[in-house]
Design a protein around this ligand. Structure first.
Ligand code: ZN
Length: 1140
């Protein structure tokens, strides 16, 4: 790209990007005069606008003596905007499958490019100048408040060579109303061009300031470092992070991959201070050394025209300073040298995991994006069908899972990894498993690269790209901003990562040469094998052994590899042709005025209900079919619940080889057990859907329970029950909450007790009982004809042949009612001895979810408290990295909740939540009308958010069927009930149900108590904390604080005795009242918050909560709610009904 880009008119504009067939967005790539490359996306129908900026610097650029600095700069730049999602996970989910958080793990540290210490002093001055004189949004949470007021949100993450910031918010400032709810095909509104009419402009302007004139406020520094510290502590007991860090730690010490990337208070604050480093200056220096317009990629998506978006981008972002920095690359440093290769590592996990991993030194394939050669290898090695490594070792009883793939760690470096989840027996045979892997690799290397294999991949990648549906705007912008750091031809920005374009035999042959028996590392993870772990990883404390792979084992592998053809088991061979690749891709497109919001009932009788909707808006050759066999049998007792879950897993286990080809061809099935029956879902390209569905149904009906598979499946499941206790407390807490709200629900330890006494014979006898009688409900949705929906129903009936279960025999879904004035606490001690984090979920019951007015008020309250709760409890009080507030809806239970995971104990958190609610009550009373209306608008926008794709619509329908309420128009109803709400009605609602002072509110808190204690702060640390906390709070109160006086008060203060807390509190009081001469009520408020931040506060509670000791007795003392009923007579959904 040349200098001529300085001229706007001569600017190169690339617009003809390859795109999916259904993509109605337009795209433009431009480069601003400061060399910042921008992708503009005009989406005329979007209801959300978004932008993302990716900076080409990450933890690989961390200074060696300040690990985590790139991550800390990310936090500091946006001051408290990084959030973690707290959606609870289902208890049956294997905790191992939890993916890494936003700070993706392929990260981390190096110091080869240490910041040049003198080069940037001029720039430091610029930053300070900007900060004091020109920064337009000095209030630190102004960005979040703005986003919140426009139904928006933001987040950021730090990877190895990327730091990625993004936000999303309403695309328009006008409120859509339910009567003219937007549909994806709604006629295009006139494009907004005025800045005032577009929330996007205001957000971009605030967002851009972070890169033009970053704040690095002194008093947010300590807080954000605490947030980083809390984030690190959240990960300390997570095996995903622990094992990943161990792999990194054992790589070449000269490659940045080896360093610790998250950072902690110690690495970013304590240690540097001891060395006499001015830490704030270090952060600013890091920023000014690595942040440069020419290494930033910006993506903006909005309703505005490309020309308008380009103008805005230029106006805001051309001010970002450009330093013409080179791209960060590590070409000359291998991630493994001969010192690290041919080593074996045995690591001891926190969870009961067992795995074998082979890691090969590979290459960076970024420039080979037209052929993606590593996908040839991962396709074959990772295959699960007949002939595959996995098929063979699964039949031996050695493995429950296998994954393989190449990954680029950074430009210039790549690895190829094969990971096998081992059974107990597999662990004993890990050497044989290794041999099998090398036999298979030798087999594929004997043949030249197979063109037909690649052609199948090409075909599937093209189909997937052609019918790729939209993802949410912020996911689109964030991902594309990151992709733009790569070298793709700009016309292939969207297709490059997805599509394989050509068969490149030469490139594949080269790729295969890396998978050799002298070019790998071997890694075994187990809690019991081999014992004698003699080393500890520095940051997470993982115990391990690291040693040379024994000569004789290496010799065996080499022998196998070279003599493979003769000695190889005949079971290993290339996969068969994939019969599931879809051919029929026609879509019958019948344009409609307004898409239907509900499926129709096309059959309803004593044994079956069939719901059907032909797709009328997404036009993809796909369908979703959900089948529900309704019966109470699976959930009668904990024992039947576990037997049903075992049955489910045995069916899935039996289908692995068969369903794999479908899976890689975009056609997936799911078989599940629920409290009210069994469900089978098949989703994907509709061409071969019936083939897979029939096979699944037959397997469900005819499952042969083999002893060997039963033992493996049972062991796997009981292990995941045991592991559950070692998961994140905030993932566990929802399960206890649900347990206390529903009449019948079982905890993991209750299930674990049952599983030991169940045999294969028990399952053989039990599962036909579930299937013997059921009511069938079917949803067929997508590119299907009505006749096909009816045929599918017939197929289910003919295959399963259940006896009729009259709908009146089905269970009724109810929840417990908490009477007014309730104040209950349920306490559990967490099992993980090393975890230091407590967790509280504080729930307030307001009534029945079927009460639309109450539901609307809960939605509005959640919107209004979202930003203030996070700001107070996380940003100001620093209670912990995980802070969440919002709705609590479960079956018929409607409520509001606040969840915090923290090192502070639960009683203390209880008090802080009360305190927050008290102060919010005042905010609500004083809230201006226009602000109140803004919150209403935000809720309405969220509820009317457009559906992005067919799956989303299918899931929405299915959830409403599954819930028994058939409330397909719930979103519109919510809007109708939010619209008339007045501020006074919310104030009254708050007084009655939410306020801690209310005698009529009903509260239930779950306290999960940690076993381990965090390290105590030293007296000096406590004093520093007190000074920073107090200045933060005073700043929020807009009081100028001279903290020097407080520091001098502290000099003489001794905190080495039992009365330290009182002494500290007294000194703070004296400072506020005497030195600052503040008014009495101000002193009280500030002191209160300061004590909270320092862990000195104890909220005085008038009456203590009732502790729930015996849950059974407690539940027996409560009444049940009315049950879930259909919101209207189901007959009204019948096809041809005039009311529809
Ligand atoms: Zn973070």
């Amino acid at each position: 790209m040349g200098e001529r880009l300085n001229q706007r008119d001569a600017r190169e504009r690339i617009e003809d990007l390859e795109r999916p067939a259904l993509d109605d967005r337009s795209y433009r790539v431009v480069t601003l005069p400061n060399r910042l490359e921008v992708l503009l996306i005009h989406d005329p129908n979007t209801d959300k606008a978004s932008a993302a900026l990716d900076v080409n610097v990450g933890s690989f650029s961390d200074a060696e003596d300040m690990p985590g600095i790139a991550h800390a700069v990310e936090h500091l730049l946006f001051m408290g905007t990084e959030k973690v999602s707290v959606e609870p996970k289902s208890w049956l989910q294997d905790p191992r499958s939890s993916s890494l958080g936003a700070n993706d793990a392929r990260c981390w540290a190096l110091s080869r490019n240490k910041p040049e210490h003198d080069a940037d002093s001029a720039y430091l001055l610029t930053i300070r100048y900007n900060w004091t004189n020109t920064f337009q949004y000095p209030k630190e949470n102004a960005y979040n408040q703005y986003l919140n007021a426009h139904s928006g949100h933001s987040n950021a993450y730090t990877a190895s060579t990327s730091t990625n910031y993004y936000f999303e918010l309403a695309a328009s400032s006008s409120t859509p109303t339910s009567s003219k709810a937007p549909s994806p095909n709604a006629t295009q509104e006139t494009l907004p061009t005025a800045k005032d009419d577009s929330p996007l402009w205001g957000a971009l302007d605030r967002f851009g300031q972070f890169f033009v004139a970053p704040l690095f406020l002194e008093d947010t520094l300590d807080r954000e470092l605490k947030a980083v510290d809390s984030e690190n502590k959240k990960n300390l007991q997570s095996d995903t992070w622990r094992l990943h860090q161990l792999n990194k730690a054992l790589s070449n010490p000269n490659h940045p991959y080896c360093h610790f990337s998250t950072g902690s208070y110690k690495t970013l604050h304590d240690d540097p201070i001891v060395r006499g480093v001015k830490i704030r200056d270090e952060f600013i220096k890091f920023y000014s050394t690595h942040y440069s317009a020419n290494q930033m990629k910006l993506v903006i998506l909005g309703r505005e025209s490309l020309d308008t978006l380009e103008e805005w981008a230029e106006e805001i972002f051309s001010k970002v300073p450009n330093k013409d920095l080179p791209q960060k690359r590590w070409d000359d440093v291998p991630v493994y040298t001969k010192n690290e290769l041919m080593m074996q590592t045995f690591a001891r996990p926190v969870f009961e995991l067992r795995s074998l991993e082979l890691t090969f030194l590979y290459r960076d394939e970024e420039d080979l994006y037209e052929s993606h050669p590593s996908r040839y290898l991962s396709h074959l090695i990772g295959h699960e069908g007949p002939g595959s490594i996995f098929g063979y070792i699964k039949a031996k009883g050695w493995a429950n899972g296998l994954g393989a793939g190449g990954s680029s760690l950074c430009p210039g470096t790549g690895i190829f990894t094969i990971n096998v989840k081992l059974t107990e027996d597999g662990l004993k045979h890990y050497k044989e498993v290794t041999q099998v892997i090398f036999q298979y690799i030798a087999m594929i290397r004997e043949q030249p690269p197979q063109q037909w294999v690649v052609e199948e991949q090409i075909r599937m990648s093209e189909v997937d790209f052609r019918f790729k549906q939209k993802s949410p705007p912020s996911r689109t912008t964030s991902a594309l901003a990151r992709e733009m750091q790569k070298t793709y031809n700009r016309k292939m920005l969207l297709s490059g990562p997805a599509v394989i374009r050509k068969f490149d035999a030469e490139a594949i042959s080269q790729a295969m040469t890396f998978l050799r028996p002298d070019n790998f590392r071997l890694n075994v993870v187990s809690q019991i094998f081999p014992g004698g772990w003699d080393q500890k990883e520095k940051w997470y404390g993982t115990e391990y052994i690291n040693e040379r792979i024994p000569e004789d084992f290496v010799a065996e592998i080499k022998h196998t590899f070279e003599n493979s053809a003769k000695e190889r088991p005949k079971e290993l061979h290339f996969p068969h042709k994939n019969e599931f690749i879809p051919n029929r891709l026609e879509v019958e497109k019948k344009e409609v005025e307004v898409p239907l919001k509900a499926p129709k009932l096309i059959r309803m009788d004593e044994s079956v209900r069939t719901w059907y909707k032909k797709d009328d808006q997404f036009w993809v050759p796909k369908a979703n079919v959900h089948i529900y066999l309704r019966t109470p049998i699976p959930h009668v007792t904990a024992r039947t619940t576990v037997m049903s879950a075992l049955y489910r897993n045995l069916v899935s286990d039996a289908l692995v080889e068969y369903s794999y080809d479908a899976d890689i061809s975009g056609l997936v099935y799911e078989f599940n057990n629920h409290t009210a029956g069994l469900s089978i879902s098949v989703e994907g390209y509709n061409d071969k859907l019936h083939v897979l569905l029939e096979k699944v149904l037959v397997q469900v009906r005819d499952l042969e329970v083999r002893e060997d598979r039963f033992e493996i499946v049972r062991e796997h499941m009981s292990r995941s029950f045991r592991n559950w206790d070692f998961g994140q407390p905030f993932h566990q807490v929802g399960t206890f909450s649900r347990y206390l709200k529903s009449e019948k629900s079982f905890l993991t330890d209750e299930l674990l007790r049952e599983i030991e006494n169940i045999t294969a014979q028990d399952i053989r006898l039990f599962y036909p009982q579930i299937l013997s009688q059921a009511y069938i409900e079917v949803l067929a949705h997508g590119n299907l004809h009505k006749e096909e929906a009816l045929q599918i129903t017939d197929l289910v009936e003919k295959t399963m042949k259940p006896k009729r279960l009259p709908p009146s025999h089905l269970g009724i879904q109810r929840t417990l009612i908490l009477p007014p004035g309730s104040n209950y606490v349920y306490e559990r001690q967490l099992k993980d001895p090393a975890n230091v984090n407590h967790c509280i979920e504080y729930s307030l019951y307001v009534g029945n979810t079927m009460d639309r007015d109450l539901r609307a008020k809960v939605l509005l309250l959640s919107q209004m408290t979202d930003e203030p709760a996070f700001n107070q409890l996380r940003t100001i009080e620093q209670l912990g990295y995980v802070v969440f507030s919002g709705t609590a809806f479960a079956d018929t239970w409607a409520g509001y909740r606040i969840l915090i995971q923290s090192e502070k104990d639960c009683d203390y958190l209880e008090g802080r939540i009360d305190h927050f609610l008290n102060s919010f009550e005042k905010m609500l009373q004083e809230m201006k009308e226009d602000e109140f209306e803004g919150h209403k608008r935000a809720v309405i926008n969220k509820r009317l958010e457009k559906l992005k794709n067919l799956e989303q619509e299918g899931n929405r329908f299915w959830n409403h069927i599954f819930s028994d309420a058939y409330d397909f128009s719930q979103a519109d109803e919510d809007v109708l009930h939010v619209e008339p709400l007045t501020k006074q009605s919310l104030v009254d609602f708050f007084h009655h149900y939410i306020s801690p002072k209310s005698p009529t509110r009903a509260k239930l808190s779950v306290h999960l108590v940690a076993r381990a204690k965090p390290k105590e702060a030293t007296p000096a640390e406590r004093k520093t904390q007190a000074v920073t906390s107090l200045s933060t709070i005073l700043k929020a109160e807009k009081i100028d604080a001279d903290t020097a006086k407080l520091e001098s008060r502290f000099e003489a203060l001794s905190l080495d005795n039992a009365k330290a807390d009182d002494a500290l509190g007294a000194e703070l009081l004296a400072y506020l009242a005497e030195d600052l001469e503040l008014e009495g009520d101000v002193v009280e408020k500030v002191l209160d918050e300061a004590k909270a931040a320092l862990g000195l506060a104890r909220e005085k509670r008038v009456s203590g909560p009732v502790r729930i000791e015996d849950v059974h007795v407690w539940k027996a003392g409560l009444q049940m709610s009315t049950g879930v009923r259909p919101v209207k007579d189901l007959g009204e959904f019948m096809e041809g009904n005039a009311k529809l």
